[in-house]
Design a protein around this ligand. Structure first.
Ligand SMILES: C[S@@+](CC[C@H](N)C(=O)[O-])C[C@H]1O[C@@H](n2cnc3c(N)ncnc32)[C@H](O)[C@@H]1O
Length: 280
């Protein structure tokens, strides 16, 4: 068999469907990863026809994650992280970034893709401050009841909940809002929520046109994918205080007090927006 990534023995049997593209594997392929199949690569090729900048979106998202996690651990004293919708392990994962800033940081990863579950658990076997929870994030009560998550939240210390490129996989806006609200409610005061999300500004401009074409390409593979407006993405933070520079394109996001571009580059077709908020 040539169409299989190299696995430790048996992982292929863990519910991994190689005939359909998986969000986690296609995204990983954009980042140069090796855990993909022909179904993932075919969708990648389709996406590249309309959005050749998509790999740069993935890289920008990982740059954003590194900047945010480093800042929260180094400057904001956060010691507890939940990476919700963590994806396949890649070059720099949240626990490596956080623990480089402060070895005392604990991280719980959550994902429900069988490829991610298998690889995530294998990666974390030797790190006693890191855990992996296999769960569906659209069931917040189940996720919050999981022992690893409950233990992380129990002391009431600030937690950083990272939902990077995850909430846009819930099709219905009201449901997404309810789910985000449930997680925000469970966070102790002083906690942070960091979100990146697919965005359609809905203004008829270049990004709007691009996103419409892109949706057409991926709608069969990823029927729940939802590009949302900046206002909708901002609303997912609930009553939290959205920190500077707000919910903006990832190319324009820098830690508060960091470099701020005078004017966003107008020509960049960037459909990924992000923001960080703090619970008062
Ligand atoms: C595009 S990847 C993003 C990975 C990583 N957060 C990042 O930003 O680099 C989206 C991840 O969210 C996960 N995901 C999507 N919906 C989910 C759900 N309902 N429950 C758990 N994980 C989910 C997918 O399995 C995938 O690994």
């Amino acid at each position: 068999m040539t169409d299989q990534p190299v696995y430790d023995s048996g992982l292929i049997a863990h519910g991994i469907d190689t005939t359909r593209p998986s969000v986690a594997r296609v995204y990983d392929y954009f980042l140069g990863g090796k855990d993909n199949y022909e179904s993932d690569r075919e969708l990648y090729r389709q996406i590249m026809k309309v959005a050749p900048e998509a790999p740069e979106w993935a890289r920008a998202n990982r740059r954003w994650l590194k900047e945010v996690v480093t800042w929260l651990a180094e400057d904001r004293g956060v010691r507890r992280f939940i990476d919700a919708g963590s994806g396949l392990p890649t070059v720099e994962n949240t626990h490596q970034i956080a623990q480089r800033a402060n070895p005392a940081c604990s991280v719980v990863y959550v994902d429900n893709d069988p490829s991610v579950v298998a690889h995530g658990r294998a990666l974390l076997l030797d790190n006693d401050r890191t855990q992996f929870v296999a769960a569906d994030l659209t069931e917040p009560d189940d996720v919050l009841a999981d022992q690893a998550i409950a233990d992380l939240l129990a002391p009431g210390e600030p937690v950083a909940l990272v939902m990077a490129l995850m909430l846009h996989h819930i099709a219905d806006y009201d449901e997404t809002l309810r789910i985000a609200e449930r997680y925000v409610d469970a966070l102790p005061p002083g906690s942070y929520l960091a979100i990146t999300h697919a965005c359609n500004p809905g203004d008829g401009g270049a990004v709007d046109v691009l996103v419409t074409e892109l949706m057409e390409k991926v709608k069969h593979a990823f029927p729940t994918l939802a590009f949302r407006s900046v206002a909708e993405i901002s609303s997912l933070f609930g009553g939290m205080e959205i920190l500077d520079p707000g919910v903006v394109r990832l190319v324009d996001w820098h830690v508060p007090g960091g470099r701020v571009d005078e004017e966003p580059e107008p020509g960049v077709r960037d459909a990924i927006y992000g923001g960080v908020a703090r619970k008062i």
